[in-house]
Write a new protein. Sequence first.
Length: 296
Amino acid sequence: MTDTHTTAQRPLTLIGLGDMGTALARTWLAAGHPLTVWNRTPAKAGALAAEGASVAAGPAAAVAANTLVVVCLLDDESVGSALEGIDLTGKDLVNLTTGTPAEARARAAWAEDRGARYLDGGIMATPTMIGVPEAGGYVFHSGSRALFETHRAVLEVPAGSRFVGEDPGHAALHDVALLSAMWGMFAGISQAYALTEGEVAPKDLAPLLSEWLGAMGFFVGNAAERLTSRDFTSGVVSGLAMQITGAGTMLRTAEEQGVGTELIAPYVDLLRRRLAADPAAHGGEDTTGAILMLKR
């Protein structure tokens, strides 16, 4: 059967209606896309029926309804469970489920063995950012470039898209890399609030934290340049040996304040190991060289 829909009306299927899946569904419906949905818990699908979604009786019916099938489930195991035994021949499978690079590569091979084209995705947004362009959310995509270009206009309805390569694992890799940086930042912010708890009002510390973290944003580009050149010493103002001395002050202050150090001690230990490996060579470096210590 010939698809007579325009790109703006192109139909699709969405499997998985958690908070993120529901947010995705509502943006596609609001943009006029005929949408078939399925969720293991029927009540969530029923709520979207009132907004115009077609509710499939099961995952096989949902997959059969459209060529473009988007999956947004809890984890990779859930994807395999939901699609087990379903004919994927001729389907374009876009997997927005959070997973690891290895899981994405294995799932791509799994889909292709079943006759489907595959595109992996990593959503860099919270559900409240979906459908709100000014919020800045976007989705990493990797895998089939042709598949991405075919459905790009549809995929960009909920949030912007950034294609990061033909390797199906690269969307997950980019996703987890950015999330890892975010968690590290959250850990540092948590340490700061714990240190000042009961002595400095959080509302007074908040603008100072925001300003300082913004000023330290230069480290991102600086680290990229140093990792590329492998030059960790040029232009360094405060070398690794000095940084470790300062870290001792942070640890002692935490002890004085009755605050644990489990959020920052591992990083301090990493810097110490870098210095101990060759004090003469590494003492004048910035902290970027310690990144190499993380590689196994």
